[in-house]
Design a protein around this ligand. Sequence first.
Ligand SMILES: Cc1cc2nc3c(=O)[nH]c(=O)nc-3n(C[C@H](O)[C@H](O)[C@H](O)COP(=O)(O)OP(=O)(O)OC[C@H]3O[C@@H](n4cnc5c(N)ncnc54)[C@H](O)[C@@H]3O)c2cc1C
Length: 554
Amino acid sequence: MASLTELLPLPPRRPFSSRSDGRQSCSPSRLKSPFLNFPSTTRRLLSSGCHVAKESLISSSNPGGDGTADGYSVDCVVVGGGISGLGIAQALATKHGDVAREVIVTEARDRVGGNITTVERDGYLWEEGPNSFQPSDPILTLAVDSGLKNELVLGDPDAPRFVLWNGKLRPVPAKPTDLPFFDLMSIGGKLRAGFGAIGIRPPPPGREESVEDFVRRNLGDEVFERLIEPFCSGVYAGDPSKLSMKGAFGKVWKLEQSGGSIIGGTFKAIQERSRTPKQPRDPRLPKPKGQTVGSFRKGLAMLPNAISARLGSKVKLSWKLSSIKKLDGHGYTLIYETPEGLVSVKAKSVVMTVPSYVASSLLRPLSEVAADALSKFYYPPVAAVTVSYPKEAIRKECLMEGELKGFGQLHPRSQGVETLGTIYSSTLFPNRAPPGRVLLLNYIGGATNTGIVSKSKSDLVEAVDRDLRTMLINPNAVDPLVVGVRVWPQAIPQFLIGHLDLLEAAKTALQDGGMEGLFLGGNFVAGVALGRCVEGAYESAAQVSNYLANYAYK
Ligand SMILES: Cc1cc2nc3c(=O)[nH]c(=O)nc-3n(C[C@H](O)[C@H](O)[C@H](O)COP(=O)(O)OP(=O)(O)OC[C@H]3O[C@@H](n4cnc5c(N)ncnc54)[C@H](O)[C@@H]3O)c2cc1C
């Protein structure tokens, strides 16, 4: 088993999203740790004052800003070229172009996409970060606006999802009418959930509740242990005893608040929806059927790449923000490390979509209080381990009509396996593996297993393979082909108890400190799901536009 990672000798991995535009990138050694390790010359220069930036200006002919003698001068700088930053820039360009005329997106890496990392090689196409998205209207709008309508792929809405319980993979109910028939919960557990949902349960405790406390109180222990606890692993790689119900699953939390119970709140929400006049749905958007997830023909990276291609020279790759200073009056000066040296940018407004720990250190000189609040958010490590087996390796009892069917499976922490969950990548979307092979993406680690950072990649593959052989793969199957192993040391921000208060404290401190026109965005603000990042991007773009229209330079 120790030699599992050697089964597929891997050439240096090149993200699918890597440069195709011929623009310059950083040297490989700098790219390995984009957030760390200023070159010593830069450190020296920065400590001697901002004026050094003028010594290595990019010529004024560079597009994307007006290229004044101070470098660039723009209406808005978006810091971070993940889906949040790109979504903001696209929305500013398409919806708010009247006030946000000059916008640039700056990204420390030599590629866009942030966490989104699709790789293609040897007949396999796989994701090393997020795997898919819920096809909500905002993300579909972004995809259609980016010219990707015909590239969209959706999972089969009738395919089951499984939870491992007592050694067996059991389907999860897809709709309420399935509830009486599924065997994941006992009759007593189902009754407890039903009574709790209509409000026969202890009242809210009057303090911010964890996901675990909220669900045990409202829906009972079985719903928590067999459905919600593994679901928290699937979405946050999180610990439900510490995640905040209000912060992490705000929509469900609100149901109880507004309607006195989960069902009461659901009816109220339906009534309210039927009273408010329906906005006509954008006719360009595809209509996904049922509960499904989406991606693109060549993986998620198609989305950031398409947005970036549309934004063109507004996207600045290998531009790592190293400091930000408030100008007297309105606006900011940002200093970047770039392949051409230090570059200075003057901006009327700035949106930070970098992870909160990066924002914290960049913003410390502007507001100690905001920086302290931002430094408290927690990002546990997660590894994405992608392996392939021949079809015959799948256990007979897991096949339907001779095929592995379904979205994938989640593993409650109580079930004695280390892997958080497994996505059936080659079943979910077409053309992800050569014929006769099954491609499985496994997530391992998270808030309850942070020790994965000190494990070798072959240890992680071994753990995943060992787990899979207990329920999905025949125990005597051949060793898997190791397609890719990616460890994210700080993967997903956890919306823990107190998260929303800390976020508010950071925003208030910036406001009180006179940092108008400086906005916080990204997944630790909007929510971690890609769809929430896109909704948050539209909200940030509207805030910037409002600021530029009403306040900037007045
Ligand atoms: C392993 C994993 C699996 C996931 N699975 C799913 C899933 O299946 N479905 C789903 O909906 N969500 C999933 N998520 C969550 C989702 O991927 C993220 O919430 C989302 O991609 C975050 O996008 P973002 O733009 O806010 O941040 P990021 O993607 O983190 O982008 C921030 C960008 O800022 C850049 N940056 C950092 N410092 C600087 C600097 N100094 N100067 C300039 N740029 C800088 C970074 O290089 C990065 O590109 C997953 C996340 C991970 C890690």
